[in-house]
Ligand binder design. Structure first.
Ligand code: CA
Length: 329
């Protein structure tokens, strides 16, 4: 059972633009729907790639790259099938927020989902039970959204199965982002990533920037990466566009630096800068008085500043900074 009905065929050759229709009864429309745009491009037998953006609704590189692919790829360019969902958490995307305005749901913490659950849980369940099983390769674009900013990287996770980890890493490398990261998630329960990997699929995710907008550079990286990955998978014809990637590792919890107090952030290290253990990352100034010294937050380990809190104000326990270790592959 699923709550969603697609308006496009998955097993017919050609290019089909349509929707995943999710009935949504509400005050302004008794028999309304959430209409999630989808494009399916198929040409004969071959692998299937499932590519998604806006799992969080305030991240734009994936949606840009996938809108471009949906428009530009012709069936004769591929062998197999490409399923494109640029706005995975469509209600969140439409209002530019990380979480759904309908139910407050974080789609990337809602897996495996529920067919009889909230709108967010129903979207998760449809991906988990219908779309992911169709796929050989899954790419889920992320960026930092309104509250984080990242060095642009493609990412594979540490997995229990070394063979699966190796093919995921090879696919992430093929994306050819400026950085390539091996990641241990801080909070993996309910993530799409975890659900896809548990189904044995090749999974690549990204963080390509942040601050609730794209840049010319991050959009180019996103578009190039999608094509490179489809060529790597043997689905899209053509030659990949290579780029130098710096390998980064996030081996442990001490990569994450949480704010020790509420306040105003004075950055002291910018993204991509090298730090040693003890290097000041930021000062946190009081927001309610003058004449009090700020707290200085220092690096717990050596590495590069790979992510930072984006807004000027921060609260206790927010992620202030993430440090990744270069090299070591
Ligand atoms: Ca995200």
């Amino acid at each position: 059972m699923t709550a969603i009905r697609p308006t496009v065929p998955f097993d017919t050759d050609g290019k089909h633009h349509g929707f995943l229709r999710l009935p949504h009864s509400r005050n302004d429309s008794a028999w309304g729907s959430v209409m999630i745009p989808i494009t399916v491009i198929r040409n004969g037998v071959g692998p299937t790639a499932l590519m998604t953006g806006a799992n969080h609704g305030d991240e734009y590189e994936g949606p840009i790259a996938l809108q471009a692919l949906a428009l530009e790829i012709a069936p004769e360019d591929i062998a197999g099938r490409v399923i494109l969902v640029p706005y995975m958490n469509f209600p969140a995307f439409r209002v530019g927020t990380r979480l759904s305005p309908i139910d407050g749901g974080n789609l990337n913490r809602a897996f495996p989902g529920r067919a009889d659950g909230t709108v967010t849980q129903k979207i998760a369940q449809y991906f988990n039970d219908v779309l992911v099983p169709m796929a050989d390769l899954v790419l889920d674009y992320h960026s930092g959204g309104k509250t984080l900013d990242f060095l642009p990287f493609a990412c594979a996770h540490y997995l229990d199965d070394p063979a699966q980890q190796a093919v995921c890493l090879a696919a992430a490398r093929a994306f050819a982002a400026p950085y390539l990261l091996m990641l241990r998630e801080i909070d993996s329960v309910g993530m799409y990533d975890t659900a896809v990997e548990a189904q044995g699929k090749v999974f690549v995710t990204t963080e390509l920037g942040g601050g609730g907008t794209a840049t010319a550079r991050s959009a180019r990286i996103a578009r190039r990466g999608a094509r490179n990955l489809l060529i790597h998978a043997g689905i899209l014809a053509g030659t990949p566009e290579p780029a130098d990637s710096t390998f980064l590792d996030m081996p442990g919890d001490d990569c994450y630096h949480l704010a020790p107090a509420d306040g105003m952030v004075e950055p002291m290290t910018d993204l991509g800068e090298a730090v040693a253990a003890g290097t000041p990352l930021a000062r946190i100034w009081p927001v309610d008085r003058t004449g009090h010294a700020p707290l200085t937050c220092t690096a717990q380990r050596y590495g590069l500043l790979a992510a930072r809190h984006f807004p000027g104000l921060i609260q206790t326990g927010d992620c202030l900074a993430v440090i990744a270790t270069p090299g070591g592959e």
